[in-house]
Design a protein. Sequence first.
Length: 180
Amino acid sequence: MATSLDADDEALLSATRSKSTAERAAAQRRVFELFRERVLALCIHILGVRDDAHDAVQDTFISVFRGLDGFRGEARLSTWIYQIALREALRHKARRRTSEPLDDAMVAPDQGDPALRREQRERLARALDRLSAEHRTVLSLFALEGLSHREIADVLGVPEGTIWSRVHAARKRLAIELSP
């Protein structure tokens, strides 16, 4: 079996499979601490609503901890966790019946004139809200989470070339949504 794990992932994964309950618990805490903020950010960007994102994060880590024993290391640990987070966020989005406005957490913090920044945040939030789930997903993973095209392809299970075209299309669509 070819592995994509680096030494840190190998050590962490090994600790999550330890016979020692204390070592397993400590390793699980470490996994949660390492990935919690990134998973939350991804879920917020996919769902647009902080409360829903927190629910998706909780479900993500339940799935991660249940699945760690079966994780074979064919992808990086972060890629595997992102796949689970994306699946959970999309599941939560599908269950939500109404479209709610995006939280302010979707955009950068205030800088400069507060009234202007608030207007810009609201405009960006409305534009992001009008994007398809596919476009929001690739923009979130690329622009906000900083994943490479290859990493996004691994997370989504599609060819890297597809990610290039999806990111381009998402940027183009966002520009249209932001145009006056």
